[in-house]
Design a protein around this ligand. Structure first.
Ligand code: MN
Length: 156
């Protein structure tokens, strides 16, 4: 679908005529306090550009998939897990999530974390970690301390 030519930036994490959506439509995927805005999505362009915002203390789903994420941090502060690395991030850091890398984004306790994320328009469904995968990930103490698999909080 194609939208207006210009949508003005209205406020932190908000654009004119861009609705705030639930982070995921999948109720089984655990996450906490994340919203999603689809900024660009056009049939002539084989990708989509979304803006996600994680509220202070919140986190995205721990997941992996074949498709790639190209992420630009826009707002706030947080940390990310990509593969075996846990790193602090701030505007305008770039984060690339390769195929099948386990990943999760967390906002710091006292700041939101807003980021742009480009993905393939046609993409595979995320895979969630099973118990054996979680046990293997937790063999690394930094990853064990980082990952969150709880959810159920409001989406915005
Ligand atoms: Mn993902």
């Amino acid at each position: 679908m194609s939208g207006p030519i210009l949508r003005r930036y209205a406020a932190a994490g908000a654009w004119d005529e861009v609705e705030v959506r639930a982070y995921k439509n999948d109720d089984a995927a655990p996450y906490r306090d994340v919203t999603r805005r689809v900024l660009f999505e056009h049939p002539e362009l084989a990708c989509a550009l979304r803006y996600f915002e994680v509220a202070p203390g919140g986190h995205t789903t721990l997941e992996r998939h074949r498709h790639v994420h190209a992420v630009v941090i826009q707002r706030g502060r947080g940390r990310v897990l990509v593969g075996s690395r846990v790193e602090a991030v701030a505007p305008f850091d770039l984060v690339e999530v390769p195929p099948l890398a386990w990943h999760q984004f967390r906002a710091d306790a006292d700041a939101p974390l807003g980021f742009l994320c480009m993905v393939n328009a046609q993409r595979d469904r995320p895979e969630l970690p099973d118990a054996a995968t979680l046990a293997r990930l937790r063999e690394d103490p930094a990853i064990a301390a980082f990952i969150r698999v709880d959810g159920g909080a409001a989406t915005g």
